[in-house]
Ligand binder design. Structure first.
Ligand code: FE2
Length: 207
């Protein structure tokens, strides 16, 4: 009988051939909480926190990608500054993604990772594939931030109730605050200001 190449028995001779095309069962299912670290957090707490964090992760990955889409597709007289701003926010959101994902793993969960799974999970509306005007791009980004900010506050409150101070702090300091700051930078671009001629005091209407 031929020997199974993937046998668990260690090889007796060394071979420089890489063992490619290897497949096996998952070592942990998505949605399960395993490998409890000594964190003094009960399983139900870790389960609920990882479920909620995965929703926040899917939304943050969507917002991150929405920034890259906006970075590539932006058009018009403010192209250069928005092209740079969108990419800066993309980089910052990528950091947030990593922070949330690693918190989920630390709590014993499985972080959502791939685009198809993110698309099925996110609460942010899918944008069209084509290009949109700057005010629409910015409005879409602000709507996405609003969803994330709302869920951050709920999640932080729930983490506090359950005694998961680490998740509470992470959500407030590393997710909520950077999102609030980015909202400020975006929103100022939707203030209708003259670019060259100031409005004469007699013609000025405030409000
Ligand atoms: Fe770029």
């Amino acid at each position: 009988m031929a020997k199974n190449k993937n046998s668990a028995t260690p090889p007796t001779t060394l071979n420089s051939q890489p063992r490619v095309h290897q497949y096996a069962h998952e070592i942990q299912n998505y949605g399960e909480v395993l490998h409890a670290l000594p964190l003094d957090l009960e399983d139900p707490v870790r389960l609920e926190m990882t479920e909620r964090l995965n929703l926040l992760l899917a939304d943050t990955m969507t917002l991150r990608d929405l920034y890259k889409k906006s970075h590539w597709q932006v058009a018009g007289p403010t192209f250069y500054q928005l092209h740079l701003l969108f990419d800066k926010h993309y980089e910052e959101q990528a950091e947030v993604v990593d922070t949330i994902a690693e918190r989920i793993q630390l709590l014993g969960g499985v972080s959502i990772a791939m685009a198809a799974d993110v698309a099925e999970t996110t609460r942010i509306a899918r944008p069209p594939r084509g290009r949109e005007e700057v005010p629409v791009q910015i409005s879409r980004l602000l709507d996405a931030h609003l969803i994330i900010i709302g869920h951050c506050r709920e999640l932080a409150k729930r983490a506090d109730e359950l005694g998961d101070d680490g998740t509470n702090d992470l959500v407030v300091s590393d997710v909520l605050r950077p999102n609030e700051l980015q909202v400020w930078f975006l929103s100022e671009h939707l203030v209708d200001m003259p670019l060259v001629h100031a409005v004469e005091p007699a013609a000025r209407k405030v409000g």
